[in-house]
Ligand binder design. Structure first.
Ligand SMILES: Cc1cc2nc3c(=O)[nH]c(=O)nc-3n(C[C@H](O)[C@H](O)[C@H](O)COP(=O)(O)O)c2cc1C
Length: 387
């Protein structure tokens, strides 16, 4: 079975034709039918009603589509977003970029996150993505990396309120699906432009804004600035704000809701450590309880599901190389010891993976391992402009 739901990315010359062709057949951008869970609050994202208030924040290299599908199977997730995709590369038909947007019906609703600095190019890419089946377009204004920022994209967009608002308006007016923005508080502490930007985005029709409560200069250091997120919530009239940063427990989520007044919560690294977090948040809303806390074997089951979905999508070799990166996160939780960790980092074949799983199961959890215990959240290494 081919798992991926994959269209070739556009190239400039054929783009218009492909959009025409797909527009005549595609109904993929229609709002998915949702079955609300009693007691779980829904989230209105423009024309879409999402079945919870909990979002998977994009983590480039990690929240690929096999991971998203495995997390969705656990329940509770409102919407996931792809990692950032260069609109220039998308329009040029880059193979790598088409991999970033690969998806399947089980991975809906999905927002595609785009970055760039040219309004026309970004609108064209957004239109292509709308026809491809994206449920929403998310514009990246938080990425701190030099290669993105030096061309005026990512967090550099937060330095030019008027120009960025105009660019966002162009995209909103170019598509029918909801357009959202994900940004930080501002470039640095002297320039918290997020409240001003959020207000302007609301006026041009943006459906929601996610705020990672740190500045570009901060990278991932220090605590999330809750007051900074609240300032954005207070700056807008009705547009929902999604609070993001360091949420990895019910208590963190509760604090984010109560102290910022945000309408939803975005979770990135906390979901790598605990993919059940979305289901647990919904269970907490319904009953005041977490639901069952997954033990050691269920954690291994999840890791296996993730790896096997990767193999279906990418084939044995590519999947194994991709999985090595995630192995670090699984090791943090499962604490398998140096030798198995090393084997995960060298993974090449499905047979090796099955051997690792068999060893983990027969060894059982390490001494003092507790279900639900959360290790520290890892942050990208090196200067923030390069990670
Ligand atoms: C490895 C890594 C990759 C990331 N990639 C993206 C990305 O592609 N797009 C984006 O908007 N944010 C990206 N982020 C930022 C996260 O979406 C999120 O805003 C940040 O990690 C704080 O939330 P968390 O504490 O829940 O992880 C990335 C963060 C990390 C650590």
């Amino acid at each position: 079975m081919t798992f991926a739901w994959h269209y070739p990315a556009p190239d400039g010359a054929r783009l218009a034709y492909k959009i025409d062709l797909m527009a005549s057949t595609a109904v993929l951008h229609e709002a998915p039918t949702i079955t609300p869970q009693a007691g779980v609050r829904t989230f209105r994202l423009g024309s879409l009603t999402l079945h919870s208030r909990y979002f998977l924040s994009p983590l480039a290299g990690y929240t690929n589509f096999p991971f998203r599908v495995a997390v969705r199977e656990l329940g509770g997730l409102a919407l996931a977003t792809t990692e950032l995709v260069s609109t220039k590369a998308l329009l040029l038909g880059s193979a790598k970029t088409s991999e970033f947007i690969e998806t399947c019906p089980a991975d809906a609703p999905l927002a595609v996150q785009i970055y760039g600095a040219d309004a026309g190019e970004m609108r064209e890419a957004a239109q292509w993505l709308e026809n491809y089946g994206a449920a929403a377009i998310d514009i990246n204004m938080g990425c701190p990396v030099a290669k993105v920022v030096k061309n005026g994209g990512g967090s550099a967009m937060m330095c030019n309120v008027a120009g960025t608002t105009q660019l966002v308006r162009t995209i909103v007016e170019g598509v029918r699906i909801p357009v959202t923005v994900k940004m930080r508080l501002g470039w640095d502490d002297a320039n918290h432009t997020s409240p001003q930007l959020a207000r302007a985005f609301e006026q041009v029709g943006v459906a929601a804004v996610t705020i990672h409560g740190r500045t570009r200069e901060q990278g991932f250091s220090g605590a999330v600035n809750i007051a900074g997120i609240r300032a954005v919530v207070e700056a807008v009239e009705r547009m929902p704000i999604i609070g993001n940063g360091d949420v990895r427990s019910i208590a963190d989520a509760e604090r984010m809701f109560q102290e910022t007044g945000c309408a939803g919560i975005g979770i990135g690294r906390g979901a790598l450590l605990n993919p059940w977090i979305f289901a647990q948040l919904c269970s907490w809303e319904q009953s005041g309880h977490l639901g069952s806390i997954p033990g050691y074997d269920r954690r291994i089951d999840f890791m296996s599901r993730h790896y096997h979905l990767l193999v279906e999508q990418r084939g044995e070799r590519h999947a194994s190389l991709t999985f090595r990166k995630c192995g670090g996160w699984y090791s943090r939780v499962l604490r398998p010891g140096k030798e198995i960790h090393r084997q995960m980092m060298m993974l090449e074949r499905v047979a090796d993976f099955e051997e690792i799983v068999a060893t983990l199961r027969s060894k059982g959890p390490p001494p003092h391992w507790k279900a639900g215990e959360m290790p520290e959240i890892a942050v990208p290494k090196g200067p923030i402009s390069h990670w």
